[in-house]
Design a protein. Structure first.
Length: 66
């Protein structure tokens, strides 16, 4: 979801997703296949969060957040 306008006020956004099929390691792509969700706030400084799920030929599937 992307907006071209700011969202103001006290609110909560809940997002869900389902991975229907993960690629086999040989088909994971080079360097990897990745799905990332991110949010950024329109404020000075570092105001963002991400959640990623990655698959690669060399490693097991992994989740990361930042």
């Amino acid at each position: 979801m992307v907006t071209n306008f700011p969202i103001h006020g006290d609110f909560e956004i809940t997002v869900g997703f389902e991975i229907l099929q993960e690629p086999e390691p040989a088909r994971a792509g080079k360097p990897q296949t990745r799905f990332t969700m991110g949010v950024g706030l329109d404020r000075p400084g570092v105001n963002s969060a991400t959640l990623s799920r990655a698959w690669s030929q060399a490693a097991r599937p992994s989740f990361s957040r930042g």
